[in-house]
Design a protein around this ligand. Structure first.
Ligand code: DON
Length: 605
């Protein structure tokens, strides 16, 4: 597939550029269009696919958004609008990020949260880099084999990802408080207010949000059988529809508490009590001591380079930063641009890099407060060269020889990423999650928010795949107060000492490979950010030994060539990732890239 036809976007860009010169808010107005008819069965979550492999490199076409002063990209139009409203009030990128996170907890409850955790990467206008880890922690009463029966088998019913025992101690509120205290310009009250307004007055549901809520209803009933309130369901029992106004009064009260008392408003007093009562009712193990002991941590960012670009990304307990840098270093020596986007050679070296990197992830990575991670070695030239020694263009490597084991597949679930740039050039990449869609499905009764199911990101038994098919062992075993390994990869890239890109996505195990691809789409294949985000994606994670790709992602010729070399190419109907990114062009123009695969929206001014 050639990449030449992407230039069709330039005319849209010019129109939008004209608008942004007047410093007005700019939102993409062109609805995405697929290049092939979308079949009925494809209408739904992430079913937005171009079925014609040769037609275009994009899932669908969406006009890029350009701005001069600042940009917010996130999974929901209302949340992105909040981000830009905060920037326009004089807030900086951190203020916008914090306000948007709280807004996402209201308008995008499958992933936006106060009952989960996340990671934040911040590059200030001078180039100083910071990363904040507000990942959940295993409660103190957690133990290595807590999800296993007497025979050492994983208990039925997926207790590590459904119900009250699945939750780690939430970190989101503490993390956002900490980020705002250190770097925010506006008041805490100001950054909380938009989310409170959205919860109090309601938000008009998008088709996708309505569908998500309808789909989750049986689980909500199952995991909240005794709740006094029927959260996330319509009072009259009917299905949600696009345009319905979704009001969350209890969540508004919870957010007001957080607004009035900061950290205390969540980890102590009335809301904490409600959380603990809920957890206890369902047999969970989080205690007041866990809440008291929870503290987000500023960590040393992973900073490395790709062809002279400075990449700032998330260190452990996310695997994302180290994995992304390993991937980039493996492919750096190859002429990807010359070979072309999604050509057989380009794809082959990317797959082989992915195979080796995910094997390392399983072996070496975990919470740095508990395990010693050989970060320097993993990123060293000598180590990566030695790992590449058995690579051959003639035949696929064998995952079983790279390391042992065989596992079933993974599905696509929910997390959410947003990116921000302010008028001074400060930038934030922030990824947050409840883990699976709507987390543990447990709603804190009386407080109106969902709890996470992050315990499933631990390796609950050596070699047992988690919900994303990822396996692990010792380094990521459960231990009291330990943070579970993540794949979230919020990343900021600098070129010639200036801000260049802000990147990130949800997608479980596919997060790392999605960020890798969008990075290369811009740097090697000269796409704009919206194009880079909308281009088809593929994924390999060592085990299972197969490459999944979005319908339409490769030409039949490329598939044939790769299959002949022993690659198992597995086309899937679901899309991969949901990227919300920003690119700063050489002339200072800021381009938002908000994924065409869902409701994601870039708003600039
Ligand atoms: O931290 C992680 O890697 C996972 N809990 C992320 C989950 C996720 O991305 C789900 N979204 N699609």
């Amino acid at each position: 597939m050639s990449f030449k036809n992407i230039l069709v976007f330039s005319s849209c860009s010019l129109v939008l550029l004209g608008a942004c010169k007047q410093a007005k808010t700019v939102v993409a107005t062109t609805p995405p269009t697929t290049t092939a008819a979308t079949s009925k069965e494809n209408q739904g979550f992430y079913q937005f696919l171009n079925d014609d492999p040769a037609a275009s490199p994009f899932v669908a076409k969406k006009a890029p958004v350009f701005a001069q002063n600042g940009m917010a990209t996130s999974a929901h139009p209302e949340a992105s609008k909040v981000g830009v409203a905060i920037l326009k009030m004089g807030g900086n990128a951190i203020d916008a990020a914090v306000a948007t996170q709280f807004a996402l907890a209201v308008v995008h409850p499958s992933a936006g949260n106060i009952g989960g955790g996340g990671f934040l990467v911040f590059r200030d206008k001078t180039g100083k880099a910071y990363t904040l880890d507000y990942r959940e922690k295993a409660p103190a009463l957690a133990s290595r084999n807590m999800y296993l029966d007497e025979k050492g088998e994983v208990k039925p019913g997926q207790p590590s990802w459904n119900g009250h025992l699945a939750s780690g101690t939430p970190g989101s509120v503490d993390g956002l408080v900490l980020a705002h205290k250190r770097f925010g310009k506006l008041s805490w009250k100001q950054v909380l207010q938009p989310a409170i307004d959205l919860a109090e007055n309601g938000v008009s549901l998008t088709a996708k949000e309505a569908l998500g809520l309808n789909r989750i209803k049986p689980d909500l009933l199952k995991y909240n059988p005794n709740a006094q309130h029927r959260y996330f369901m319509k009072e009259d029992g009917s299905e949600w529809k696009e345009g319905d106004v979704f009001v969350q009064k209890d969540l508004a009260n919870t957010l007001r508490k957080i607004q009035a008392e900061g950290r205390k408003g969540f980890y102590e007093g009335e809301i904490a009590q409600k959380l603990l009562t809920e957890i206890k009712r369902g047999g969970g193990i989080i205690t007041q001591k866990d809440l008291d002991d929870y503290h987000a941590v500023w960590r040393e960012p992973v900073v490395d380079s790709y062809k002279g670009l400075r990449v700032i990304t998330m260190p452990p307990p996310s695997s994302g930063g180290i994995a992304l840098m390993q991937l980039l270093k493996f492919v750096e020596k190859y002429p990807l641009q010359k070979w072309g986007w999604h050509s057989d050679s380009t794809t082959q070296v990317m797959i082989e890099a992915e195979r080796r990197v995910y094997a390392d992830r399983a072996k070496w990575l975990g919470d740095p407060d508990f395990v010693k991670i050989p970060q320097k070695e993993l990123l060293s030239k000598a180590y990566l060269e030695q790992r590449w020694q058995d690579f051959s263009f003639s035949m696929a490597s064998d995952s079983k020889k790279i390391a042992g084991g065989a596992i079933p597949g993974y599905e696509s679930f929910e997390t959410t990423h947003s990116s921000f740039v302010d008028k001074d050039g400060n930038a934030v990449a922030i990824t947050t999650t409840l883990n699976n869609s709507y987390g543990s499905k447990v709603v804190v009764d009386g407080a109106g928010f969902l709890m996470n199911d992050e315990m499933d990101d631990f390796s609950i038994k050596p070699g047992h795949p988690n919900s994303y098919g990822l396996i692990g062992n010792e380094a990521n075993a459960i231990a009291p107060n330990k943070r579970m390994l993540s794949s979230m990869t919020p990343t900021i890239v600098e070129k010639d000492k200036k801000l260049y890109m802000v990147l990130g996505t949800p997608g479980g195990s596919t997060i790392i490979t999605s960020v890798f691809q969008v990075f290369l789409n811009v740097v090697e294949h000269q796409m704009g950010m919206q194009q880079a985000v909308d281009a088809f994606r593929f994924h390999h994670q060592w085990l299972p030994d197969r490459t999944t790709y979005e319908t339409g992602g490769f030409t039949p010729q490329t598939i044939q060539k790769l299959t002949e070399r022993g690659y198992k190419m597995d086309m899937q109907k679901n899309t991969i990732g949901r990227m919300d990114c920003i690119l700063v062009h050489p002339d200072g123009k800021i381009e938002g890239g908000a994924d065409v695969r869902a409701d994601d929206t870039a708003v600039g001014y």
